[in-house]
Write a protein that binds this ligand. Structure first.
Ligand code: 5AD
Ligand code: SF4
Length: 446
């Protein structure tokens, strides 16, 4: 008889977008049957996966410095007679797989986003030292078919319905790292949603690089309606969307479907029409403003969120001012903003007029200051209102709970009765830049 073995420990570090968060959860699920339990730190893990992001240069650099740190742990463990398998997953793996293998000999395995269902086999092969190191070419459909439904650890879950991008914004690597737009068949999506609902999930966030371009045998709005019919799913969200895929039907649905939460993440990138054109965004400022005014006509309280890039090649001070004007006019509840980062191989990287680091930093600081003010204002505007809050967890003090407002704000309140998955009515009494606090006025059991 063999000795009982200690459970193997898995550490996953996730960088970048929600798609990666989702993929990391699925990697964890797919490796569970192999006996991997989750470790809090990489130091003593048998298997470390860095699920990487390639979208900006800084994100890529972080991967190499993290590999450097892991090398020390790997060497220490080797001295103790233990192994550490270092796996690089995600978009850096897809884009630079061979270079990683060359530059970082301590890396055992490189696996791209379409091959995660093969992880158990690949890990086993590494263990047997049988050589195969690269697994970056599979179709997106194969990946979705073979990964099991994720085991949710709470009452909110991501559900990936679409991957890849055909838009080719001139700054962006996604069309190269995640491939062509692909939508999962609606039957598969609904089956996964029902499985999540059966496990207690009450809020589903549909994910995709162009989620509203969904065309898996039904329109995106048909999918939303079908999801809304699942009784115990109380809330539906989606991200990320492209303005040119925002149909009249989708806008109307924000006014008619009560389960569709009043939150819209719709990246605009810039307020300057010349820059939007150079970015190949396929929309101008007026088009974006028109969508927002139509959404607000049917859902006046909607929380609007977006992405900005400052310092795109050739961006003048005046063009940056156009972005500030758009922010001042539209009022965002939340936003992500970035300095333009040149990505090798994208058209913008070869454009003349690259903006200096100083100018980019200054513009970003000005923009973020205003965005933070707007976020704080949006949160403050909830004080005095009563919001439906989905309970998602327990605070440190006894009786302390936290949850999510319809507008995706985190809300803190005291109520010993409320359990995860309940929806409680909270009278909001306080706000800050990042959260709300209040008192429970009623409770609806899940
Ligand atoms: N530089 C800076 N920001 C970028 N984004 C995508 N590519 C780049 C880049 N090269 C931002 C965009 C996008 C978000 C996910 O990341 O704002 O919407
Ligand atoms: Fe990148 Fe543009 Fe596609 Fe978004 S729409 S993933 S920014 S190419």
């Amino acid at each position: 008889m063999s000795e009982p073995r200690a459970p193997k420990r898995l550490f996953i570090e996730t960088y970048g977008c929600q798609m990666n968060v989702y993929d990391s959860e699925r990697m964890r699920d797919v490796l569970g049957p192999l006996g991997y339990t989750v470790a809090e730190k990489p130091d003593d893990a048998d298997l470390v996966i860095l699920n990487t992001c390639h979208i900006r240069e800084k994100a890529t650099e972080k991967v190499y410095s993290e590999i450097g740190r892991l090398r020390a742990h790997k060497e220490r463990r080797a001295a103790e007679g233990k192994g550490m398998t270092i796996t690089i997953a995600g978009c850096v793996a897809q884009a630079e797989g061979e270079e990683i293998i060359r530059r970082a000999p301590e890396v055992d395995l490189v696996v791209g986003p379409q091959a995660y269902h093969k992880l158990p086999e690949l890990i086993a092969r590494v263990a047997r030292k049988s050589g195969e190191q690269l697994a970056t070419d599979f179709t997106a459909q194969e990946k979705f078919d073979r990964l099991p439904a994720r085991a949710p650890d709470g009452v909110t879950a991501f559900l990936s319905i679409q991957e890849g991008c055909d838009k080719f914004c001139t700054f962006c690597v996604v069309p190269y790292t995640r491939g062509a737009e692909f939508s999962r068949p609606i039957a598969d999506v609904l089956a996964e949603a029902r499985a999540l609902a059966d496990k207690g999930v009450r809020e589903i966030t549909l994910l995709g690089q162009n989620v509203n371009a969904y065309h898996g045998g039904a329109a995106f709005t048909d999918l939303l309606s079908a999801l809304a019919e699942i009784d115990t799913i109380a809330r539906i969200r989606y991200m990320t969307s492209h303005p040119i895929e925002t149909t009249d039907e989708l806008i109307a649905m924000h006014g008619s479907e009560v389960k569709l939460m009043p939150y819209l993440h719709l990246p605009v990138q810039s307020g300057s029409d010349r820059i939007l054109k150079a970015m190949n965004r396929k929309h101008d400022g007026a088009f974006y403003r028109d969508i927002i005014s139509r959404v607000r006509a049917v859902r006046p309280d909607i929380a609007l969120s977006t992405d900005f890039i400052v310092g795109f090649p050739g961006e003048t001070e005046k063009e940056f001012e156009a972005t500030m004007q758009l922010v001042n006019d539209l009022h965002f509840a939340a936003a992500f903003s970035f300095k333009y980062s040149s990505r090798p191989g994208t058209p913008a990287a070869a454009m003349v007029g690259q903006v200096s680091e100083d100018d980019k930093s200054r513009r970003l600081a000005v923009l973020q200051k205003r965005l933070f003010e707007q976020q704080t204002q949006f949160n403050a505007s909830q004080v005095g209102r009563t919001l439906s809050v989905l309970v998602t967890g327990t605070g440190r003090r006894s009786g302390q709970k936290h949850g999510r407002s319809p507008y995706l704000q985190s809300v803190h309140f005291d109520d010993a009765r409320a359990r995860n998955g309940d929806i409680v009515e909270v009278h909001v009494t306080g706000s800050s830049q990042n959260s709300l606090s209040g008192e429970v006025s009623s409770l609806v059991r899940a």
